[in-house]
Design a protein around this ligand. Structure first.
Ligand SMILES: [Zn+2]
Length: 177
């Protein structure tokens, strides 16, 4: 693992601990001394995804993560919420015990979770995944959300922190030159 800051090839481990099914290592670059974190996890038996067009490819966690991250961009989600969502889905897929799954089934799992996490992210994901071709289908999907309130959990942060809502509005002080 090269240093993400300077690209140097060597680092030393300064801390290491077990996290769900893996090892988290805190490293320090031997050249620029920046610190970064790596995760090591066991690669479970291969899982294949059946695409709509009949192609078969190996399940790619990063690809799934990228797609969901894109849908959640700039949404007020707690850090790690997207990773947790992908972790949950990945675990579910491997626990199902089958070595093959339809891409549509994965998409449905993502949609079901986004529906309770963040409606905007849900619509963004759905518009790519369901390939909305007109505004009517999009509207139907949005209408269906009205009956699915978002569960406000630790995974979602309020848009404005409560302490800011409560604080009196301050007029910025003029800077004397
Ligand atoms: Zn470095």
């Amino acid at each position: 693992m090269n240093c993400p800051y300077c690209g140097y090839y060597d680092s030393k481990v300064i801390d290491s601990r077990d996290v769900n099914d893996g090892i988290r290592r805190r490293r320090q670059c031997l050249r620029c001394e920046s610190r970064f974190t790596t995760y090591e996890r066991l690669q479970p038996a291969s899982l294949f995804v059946m695409k709509k067009d009949g192609r078969r490819e190996e399940f790619d966690r990063d690809k799934l993560l990228t797609g969901i991250r894109k849908a959640c961009e700039k949404r007020p989600l707690a850090s790690g919420a997207v990773e947790k969502l992908v972790d949950d889905i990945e675990m579910e897929l491997y626990q199902a015990g089958s070595n093959e799954i339809a891409s549509a089934a994965i998409g449905d799992k993502v949609m079901a979770r986004l529906k309770t996490l963040d409606h905007i992210a849900y619509i963004r994901f759905a518009s790519v995944y369901r390939e909305f071709t007109d505004i009517t289908t999009l509207k139907q999907e949005v209408d269906s959300l009205a009956s699915h309130p978002v569960v406000h959990s630790a995974d979602q942060l309020p848009l404005i922190p409560p302490e800011e809502l409560a604080a009196p509005i301050k007029t910025p002080r003029r800077v004397r030159r």
